[in-house]
Design a protein around this ligand. Structure first.
Ligand SMILES: Cc1cc2nc3c(=O)[nH]c(=O)nc-3n(C[C@H](O)[C@H](O)[C@H](O)COP(=O)(O)OP(=O)(O)OC[C@H]3O[C@@H](n4cnc5c(N)ncnc54)[C@H](O)[C@@H]3O)c2cc1C
Length: 391
């Protein structure tokens, strides 16, 4: 596996073990069928509990039976899962960084006890409802609202593009608490744990995707849905709630994208050695070597960024803007390099028999979700100049 500047020589025992466990899991359980799942638009749901048994959901958190592994180990896990498919990494990212993390960081003791152990084992599946049909890059403009009625809240609104909503047991729904609004109109954003079997909840699947096909995506409809006020995440108010979850997930994406790109590189390198044209392997052509050299260089610089992020995160010094830089860079890199790998594979490259074009299609989603490439550009622009350019 490409590790050109020997970063993995510095891994400790636990980090190696987690990397190897995830790599083996992907080789044995994912690679054989992932092309078929991609073609059929299905996710291998039977792997959800197995991923839980292997500790793939939020292993970087502590307490409640969670192992509190290093941020490097967590990153390596995301890298190996995404080398299999972005849909697989998305499953672990949503469950861990977008559902377990907010419960862990902002939940009550009762909420933590109720949900964290079940989510960790994959007995329960969670989803994260922030995006709305009319509000994607600007989630602060959300229309989903909660109004207090006695000791309950009544939720109304709709969320879309929600990974795993059709199979989720619980949704972390972000809504404006209108009862707490000074003007009776807007109100602070708060997080609500909404069990998907409550009256008024619908979770229709979005089936027409040409990207991230081996992942289940849906909507969340909320029509007069009543939840007790004990379902509100008590520890956070405002956009800081969802945005801090996104920082966790984007960290995992910065690592994951490297895995997808590495898988493309390894496939292309092997193919170039095997495929013969004009009397010998295509790997002897300078044009193909140029492509492989550039891929290896781009992947290596992205790996360096991911490893540095892990060090900063471990020290508690990682800033969201640094995560934006890595998400932006590494996903663009994977998007570009998956296309180059596809080229090296010629006609075979357009099939699901080989991973590059599947990764390439997936990268269109990864480039867009968790903050589009453009939005991360604006986050960096604001950080570098002090001037916000969103509006
Ligand atoms: C497969 C998939 C899974 C997803 N899973 C989840 C999930 O689990 N939970 C969840 O809440 N969301 C999820 N999302 C939603 C995702 O986060 C949004 O698609 C994303 O935030 C972009 O929003 P949008 O699609 O509405 O695009 P828009 O915000 O409408 O953007 C359209 C274009 O305009 C650009 N743009 C927007 N604002 C600006 C600006 N100020 N300056 C310059 N350009 C701008 C964007 O960069 C983009 O190119 C998922 C999306 C996909 C595709």
């Amino acid at each position: 596996m490409l590790d050109y500047v020997g970063l993995e020589a510095d891994l400790d025992r636990e980090e190696r073990m987690i990397r190897d466990t995830a790599r083996r899991f992907v080789d044995e359980q994912v690679r054989p069928d992932v092309g078929e799942h991609f073609e059929n638009g299905t996710f291998p749901t039977e792997l959800i509990p197995e991923m839980g048994d292997l500790g793939f959901y939020a292993p970087n958190l502590d307490g409640y039976g969670l192992p509190n592994v290093s941020e490097t180990a967590y990153g390596l896990l995301m890298q190996e899962l995404e080398a299999g498919d972005s849909g697989l990494r998305s499953m672990a990212s949503v469950q861990g960084a977008l559902v377990m993390y907010p419960i862990h960081a902002f939940g009550s003791e009762a909420q933590k006890d109720e949900w964290l152990p079940e989510l960790a084992t994959g007995e329960a599946v969670g989803c994260f409802g922030l995006t709305e049909p009319e509000h994607g890059s600007d989630p602060a403009a959300m229309e989903t609202r909660a109004v207090r009625d006695g000791d309950e809240y009544v939720l109304n609104g709709s969320k879309t593009w929600i990974t795993n909503s059709p199979i989720a047991d619980v949704a972390v729904v972000w809504a404006r608490d209108r009862s707490a609004a000074d003007d009776g109109e807007t109100g602070p954003v708060r997080g609500f744990l909404v069990e998907t079997d409550r009256d008024g909840v619908t979770t229709n699947e979005i089936e027409e995707k040409l990207s991230l096909r081996a992942s289940i995506t849906g909507e969340i409809g909320l029509q007069d849905v009543r939840v007790p006020d004990s379902n509100v995440l008590p520890g956070v108010e405002g956009m800081k709630g969802p945005l801090s979850c996104l920082t966790q997930a984007r960290y995992g994406i910065a690592w994951g994208a490297v895995g997808a790109a590495r898988d493309c590189f390894e496939t292309a390198r092997e193919y170039a050695g095997d495929r013969e044209q004009f009397g010998g392997p295509i790997a002897r052509f300078q044009l193909q070597q140029g492509k492989l050299a550039e891929m290896a260089t781009q992947i290596t610089t992205s790996q360096l960024l991911a490893h540095r992020l892990a060090e900063l995160k471990e020290r508690g010094e990682l800033r969201p803007q640094q995560v934006s830089m890595a998400k932006r860079n590494n996903v663009r890199m994977a998007r570009d390099q998956s296309r180059v790998a596809r080229e090296i594979l010629g006609g075979n490259g357009i099939t699901t028999d080989y991973p590059p074009m599947r990764h390439m299609a997936n990268m269109e989603t990864v480039y867009t979700y968790e903050g589009t490439h453009d939005i991360h550009t604006l986050i960096l622009g604001e950080d570098l100049t002090g001037v916000a350019a969103y509006e």
